[in-house]
Design a binder for this molecule. Structure first.
Ligand SMILES: [Mg+2]
Length: 255
């Protein structure tokens, strides 16, 4: 996205800017625990959220607790949508919690214990618990080990029909709700904030296939969607090369 387009957008009457976290605001690390939000990026998000016409949201697979730690001290200025928006906190301290996420919490815990027993002997996996969803990363596993890991997770998918298993490039996302994605999170945010198309300019930054529903959602409302990284297939209206280009844009636009 060009600097001019971004700074012009910030002068609009009402502006919504949604960001994905990992791969968008925070560069990927080999282990998810090593991917921190840079203090400067945090400061830029704070400054954005202080603009009276701008509403900022972070919509991530991570938990609200993690997003809150990222934004410590100013978390309540932003909309934080964790676990793909299964949990959302708003600046007025109201919250949304998906009923299936509550209903299936114990089921998800049980699956987590079984995954910990079954998967590590097959290869190097990281089982990330986001509270309301799980993520199994297998990018560290040898290519020869991956097939067995995928097969094992697929077997669990059959044993746990109430949970939704989404196979991404080198990970599985495991969710308690059906047909739930970042577009659904934006539906909830819209129902709370009430985007009136004449008043609002909408912008969303994301980097992966899990952001595609958010891109479509934003496009359908005449907004601008930006995908970070080089994707061959994307619904986004604009592409930016890397996280650091986005961070550079924020640094230049927000003094
Ligand atoms: Mg991402």
């Amino acid at each position: 996205m060009e600097l001019n387009a971004f700074t012009n957008l910030l002068t609009e009457k009402r502006v919504f800017i949604g960001f994905d976290r990992d791969g968008t605001l925070v560069p990927y690390a080999d282990h998810p625990d090593e991917a921190f939000l840079d203090e400067c990026v945090k400061m830029q998000l704070e400054k954005l959220s202080l603009l009276p016409n701008v509403t900022v949201a972070i919509i991530s697979a991570r938990s609200i607790a993690q997003l809150g730690r990222d934004m410590h001290g100013s978390a309540d200025r932003l909309i934080l949508a964790g676990n793909y928006g299964l949990e959302i906190s708003f600046p007025d301290h109201s919250e949304f919690l998906h009923p299936d996420a509550v209903r299936l919490k114990k089921t998800l815990r049980k699956l987590k214990l079984e995954l910990f027993k079954r998967l590590p002997p097959l290869g190097s996996v990281i089982i990330e618990d986001h509270g309301l969803s799980l993520c199994v990363h297998y990018h560290r596993a040898e290519v020869s080990e991956r097939r067995e890991i995928i097969q094992a997770v697929t077997t669990f998918a059959k044993l746990y029909p109430e949970l939704t298993f989404i196979n991404l490039a080198t990970s599985f996302e495991i969710m308690p709700a059906r047909n739930w994605n970042k577009g659904s999170a934006l539906d909830i945010i819209e129902s709370k904030v009430g985007f009136d198309q004449d008043d609002w300019s909408l912008l969303y930054f994301g980097d992966s296939i899990s952001d595609e529903p958010a891109f479509s959602w934003i496009n359908n409302r005449g907004g601008i969607s930006v995908r970070i990284g080089e994707a061959k297939m994307t619904e986004s209206s604009i592409q930016m090369k890397s996280c650091s280009d986005l961070i550079g844009l924020l640094n230049m636009a927000i003094k």
